[in-house]
Write a protein that binds this ligand. Structure first.
Ligand code: HEM
Length: 407
């Protein structure tokens, strides 16, 4: 691993400021993408903008997952935050990555998750049925955040009464995976990550002492038998599953409902014909992805469009830009659930060995959640400012979102 990172790009490549990218990621990427496949990034090497290049590089063996490069570049040099990067599946490679990820693969496989759909639908309906007619609802807190938290809690075996505690810790801790914090915020983010770790350690200690019929107990038993992972690795993988399962789907749920409610005709189409739900979810994940980009590290020089990206640098694959690439999508800045040119594998979930392990779960939650809303509250109205997903790197932040149940 190299610790020599570029902080500025070669002079001939334009480098928008982080402030510009945060303020209007779509606008900045649209402007450059027309004529350039790669631009510089103020702190993270290069940004790759086009769908074809992103798809190729994410599976290119010369381009590996970042390990601690991003953390170190962001001033994270120790504590639980650094452990999150050194011990977790997300930021590891090769055999280490495989042994950290594989214990989860079966439980999160599409066919297993498909059986959960009736439970997810029922959970969503129960949340909606709490809303009184005419009431103004905090949609993030009362629905978009709760449904994924309930699902991951149910799957892993976390007590439902812990949801308020672990969700708040996750929302704080995931800031480490964005560029939305200043150096002085790091102690707070570290405190949330440390508390999340203590929470998971407590749960695992309980399961060791008294195994139950749940995922965590089976995971521990399996890990202990195999003996391939340290106690710290076991804790960090569970933290990554909780984090992955809590935050990204919250943003995606709010975005899809907001995008549809702002275009009443398309919302009404979905309410009239639930067969359109999967296409609506796919289009919302394209139009406003809740994960903006993934970071990678160049192990060798890579040629891109006549430019040599040098070995030893970080590169950011800007999914948010590729998902509006004019080369793939017709009129990409239009939200249209009737699109027919969506790729078979949705790029929002990444690609290669790190492709999202929670994809099937996320889709099931988003589809069942939307179907429940379309059936139970077709008269739902947006209230106040339209919802926004914010940020151009990693997991995007959510703005407030309020809705009203009209009758
Ligand atoms: C709309 C919702 C979601 C989106 C957009 C999303 C997106 C992504 C992306 C792009 C990656 C690849 C990261 C990389 O290559 O660097 C990823 C990995 C991951 N996701 Fe998701 N995700 C979502 C939901 C979930 C859910 C529900 C879970 C939990 C069950 C989850 C758990 C994970 C984990 C643990 C990884 C790391 C996998 C690995 O490194 O092998 N995600 N996700």
């Amino acid at each position: 691993m190299s610790d020599t990172l570029v902080t500025t790009s070669p002079a001939e490549i334009p480098t928008p400021t982080i402030a510009e990218l945060e303020a209007d990621p779509h606008g900045v990427f649209r402007r450059y993408r027309a004529t350039m496949s790669v631009i510089g990034h103020e702190g993270l090497g290069f940004l790759v903008l086009r769908a074809g290049d992103i798809d190729r590089l994410i599976r290119d063996p010369r381009v590996r997952q970042i390990e601690t490069e991003f953390a170190l570049a962001r001033g994270i040099t120790g504590g639980t935050l650094l452990e999150f990067f050194t011990e977790g599946m997300l930021t590891s490679n090769g055999a280490v990555h495989r042994r950290r990820r594989s214990p989860f693969s079966r439980s999160f496989a599409a066919r297993v998750i498909a059986e959960l759909r009736p439970v997810l639908r029922r959970n969503a309906e129960e949340l909606i049925d709490r809303w009184r007619p005419g009431e103004e609802i905090d949609f993030i807190e009362g629905f978009a955040g709760l449904l994924p938290a309930q699902a991951i809690a149910g799957l892993l075996g976390l007590p439902p009464q812990d949801i308020p505690r672990f969700t708040q810790l996750v929302y704080g801790a995931t800031r480490a995976l964005s560029l939305s914090y200043a150096p002085e915020d790091l102690p707070d983010i570290e405190a949330d990550m440390r508390s999340l770790k203590a929470y998971v350690e407590g749960l695992l200690a309980e399961r060791r002492a008294a195994p139950q019929n749940d995922f965590l107990s089976a995971y521990l038993c399996d890990a202990d038998q195999k003996g391939e992972m340290s106690a710290l690795e076991i804790v960090i993988q569970v933290m990554q599953m909780i984090i992955g399962g809590t935050d990204t789907t919250r943003g995606a749920m709010a975005a899809q409902v907001s995008l549809l409610l702002q275009r009443r005709h398309q919302w009404d189409m979905v309410c009239r014909d639930l067969a359109l739900v999967p296409a609506a979810v796919t289009e919302a994940l394209r139009y406003e992805p809740s994960v903006a980009s993934v970071g990678r590290f160049l192990q060798e020089d890579v040629e891109l469009d006549g430019l040599t990206l040098p070995a030893g640098q970080m590169v950011t694959l800007a999914l948010i830009s590729g998902l509006r690439d004019e080369r793939v999508y017709h009129m990409p800045d239009v939200f249209d659930i009737r699109r027919t040119e969506q790729p078979r594998l949705h790029p929002v979930f990444g690609g290669g060995p790190h492709r999202c392990i929670g994809e099937a779960l996320a889709r099931a939650e988003l589809e069942e959640g939307l179907a429940a809303l379309a059936t139970r509250v077709p008269e739902l109205e947006p209230v106040g400012e339209p919802f926004r997903l914010l940020g151009h790197f990693g997991i995007r932040r959510v703005s407030p979102m309020r809705v009203r149940r009209a009758r």
